[in-house]
Write a protein that binds this ligand. Sequence first.
Ligand code: GLR
Length: 315
Amino acid sequence: MANYLPQELADHLKDGLLSFPATAFTSDLTIDADAYTDHIAWQSSFDVAGLFAAGGTGEGFSLTPAEAKEVVSLAVSTSRQEVPVLASAGGATAQAVQNAIDAEAVGAEGLLVLPPYLTECSQDGLFEHVSAICAATKIGVIVYNRANAVYSPETVERLADTHENFIGFKDAIGDIEQLTKVYARTGDRLFYLGGLPTAEVYALPLLQLGMSTYSSAMFNFAPEFALDFYSAVRRQDRAAVTEKLNSFVLPYSKIRDRVAGYGVSIVKGGLKVIGRDCGPVRPPLQNLTQTDLRDLEQVLAAAGIQLDRTTSAVA
Ligand SMILES: O=C([O-])C(=O)C[C@H](O)[C@@H](O)C(=O)[O-]
């Protein structure tokens, strides 16, 4: 049974940083439950508002429904009591509905709806897809505005009017006009989170568009840095944000941009560099090359994120 009513969950999540933990795999690409639970215990030991298990950075798109259920269940049983775990719902409507049912059954407090695979989507089609998921569960539901699932302000409002457990809007499109219009229509009825790749890059300007929080992929391997960054954003301390962008976030993003899909792979690279290896990524993603790993190690060291390390974790 969920501990948070949907609106309570939204109130809790909107004023804290959100973690999207990597899913640990063994070298043969099966789920590594020990490494994953270690990672969840470590992630939830920080002052983070919520853990989104099997999300984008958690390679939810590469998990079978049974694996997604297992991963969410491991996260729920391991996360510190005060840190709610959310799951994701993806693929075909029937599969996303099953993800929702499974997530609620294993104790997740909320759900992130990933874009449906492959096909183009009309607004009525998106409304029906999300409605089926909202109707299948009592826990809070957040939509992910990304790829083929671009929700018009009217659809967002319609979902908010129809489903009490529809609580949030996550964005990875970055269309200022769309975001302004969504917020103008639904305002405080929802909470808003940034979800563009390396969300820190956009965090300060998006705060003005109502996005009081974001999914921090780098929180996986640099939690203190990510929390300091979030605090600077919420204080609207532009000088501190700019200093952190220059010292770490932008050099890091340059490595991320070398290969498509590195937005997730670089997180596993970062975990390897800091000595908390969560294993390889699954195809279609590619692991960082040794050169990229070494460059990442240097960027982390130059930013002072690796102050204790004296020997390289990269072979
Ligand atoms: O589903 C996810 O993992 C994401 O939202 C993507 C990342 O967390 C993104 O916001 C980032 O790279 O910081």
